[in-house]
Design a protein. Structure first.
Length: 306
C-alpha cells in the first residue's frame, strides 16, 4: 500500500498483526538466493549483489527491531509502565492535536511516491511523515489524525502522474482534507517537441505546462488554498524571461477557486518566475515571487535531485 489509504481496521490493526510480523522476522536469512534453472546468466552477478544488499538491510532492520523490543520489555518489567493502557483519548483535544503534529508533520514537503531503492534505509527521510501508522490504532485516532496528516502538510509532485496516483490512493474523503500543493514544471525550449496530452496516457504525462494544466483540470482536489509552482530547469541565466503560460495560469486559477470559503486567502508562490507574473493573478490573492538566489543551496539541490 502506498502512503496512507482508506482501509478497514479489522484486518490491518498493528496489534493484531504483531505475531505475524514477528514470525516473518524469524525467517532464515542464512540461505543464499538461488535463481530458477532457466534464468539468464547474463545478469546473475548484478542480481546477486543486489540480493546481498537487501539481505543485509533486512538483517539490520531485524536487529533494530529485536533491540528495541528487548528495551521495551526491560522497561515494562522494571517500571510496570505498560501494565495498563495509557488513556490517550481522555487527553484534551488540543493536547492530542499537538501529539498528532509530532507524528504526522514532515520536516519538508511530503513526496508521496515510494522512496527509490537507493534511498532504502533505516533512517527517516525529511519528506516522509514520521509516524503515519498511528492512524491505524483505532477509528477515532484515525479520523483526528488524518486532519493533520493531509490538512497541515504540503504535498510535492514532480510529474502529473504522481499527482493523479496520489488522489486515487488516498480516496475521496481524504482528498477534501488536502489544502497545500507544490508542483515542479519545466521550461521548454523552442526545439523541444511536447506530445499532445490528449494523445498520451496520463501516466506518461511529463512535467511540462501543457501536461500539468491538463492534470490540474482533471484533479479531484477541491479544497486547495495554497500552491507553489517551481521551475525545475530554467535553461537560461535571465530569470525574468520565465513566464507562466496561459494554459497553466488557467489551471492554477481553476484549482484555487474551487474552495468556496471566501474568508480563506489564496496563497500562490511562483519560484523561479519573473516578477511581472504576479499581475496575472487576482489582486486579492497573496502571490509571492521567489528566485533561486533567494533559496538556500540545500533546498535547490533537494528539489532537483531528491
Amino acid at each position: 500500500m502506498s502512503f496512507l489509504q482508506e482501509m478497514p481496521f479489522s484486518s490491518c490493526h498493528p496489534l493484531t498483526s504483531l505475531s505475524s510480523t514477528q514470525s516473518r522476522l524469524k525467517m532464515d536469512l542464512s540461505k543464499p538466493w538461488q535463481p530458477p534453472l532457466n534464468f539468464d546468466q547474463h545478469d546473475m552477478s548484478s542480481l546477486s549483489e543486489e540480493t546481498d544488499r537487501l539481505r543485509r538491510a533486512l538483517c539490520s532492520m531485524t536487529r533494530a527491531y529485536n533491540s528495541t523490543k528487548a528495551e521495551l520489555e526491560d522497561i515494562k518489567s522494571a517500571t510496570g509502565f505498560y501494565s495498563k493502557s495509557f488513556p490517550f483519548l481522555q487527553l484534551p483535544r488540543e493536547v492530542r492535536d499537538q501529539i498528532y503534529s509530532y507524528a504526522f508533520l514532515a520536516l519538508s514537503n511530503i513526496k508521496p511516491e515510494p522512496r527509490p531503492i537507493y534511498l532504502l534505509t533505516l533512517e527517516p527521510l525529511s519528506w516522509k511523515p514520521p509516524t503515519p501508522g498511528l492512524c491505524l490504532v483505532n477509528r477515532q485516532i484515525h479520523d483526528e489524525g488524518i486532519e493533520v496528516l493531509y490538512g497541515k502538510n504540503t504535498f510535492c509532485f514532480q510529474s502529473p502522474g504522481e499527482l493523479l496516483r496520489f488522489e486515487d490512493q488516498i480516496g475521496t474523503r481524504n482528498q477534501t482534507l488536502v489544502h497545500s500543493l507544490e508542483i515542479s514544471t519545466a521550461v521548454i525550449s523552442e526545439n523541444y517537441s511536447v506530445p499532445d496530452p490528449d494523445l498520451v496516457a496520463p501516466c506518461d504525462w511529463q512535467g511540462v505546462p501543457t501536461h500539468w494544466s491538463k492534470a490540474l483540470m482533471m484533479s479531484k482536489l477541491g479544497d486547495i488554498v495554497k500552491m507553489t509552482i517551481t521551475v525545475e530547469d530554467l535553461g537560461s541565466s535571465d530569470r525574468n524571461l520565465v513566464a507562466v503560460s496561459a494554459v497553466l495560469q488557467q489551471a492554477i486559477e481553476d484549482v484555487l477557486k474551487r474552495n468556496r470559503d471566501g474568508e480563506l486567502k489564496r496563497q500562490l508562490t511562483l519560484k523561479g518566475f519573473g516578477h511581472p507574473e504576479r499581475d496575472k493573478f487576482p489582486k486579492e490573492w497573496d502571490v509571492r515571487i521567489e528566485q533561486w538566489e533567494e533559496v538556500d543551496d540545500e533546498d535547490f539541490y533537494s528539489c532537483l535531485y531528491d
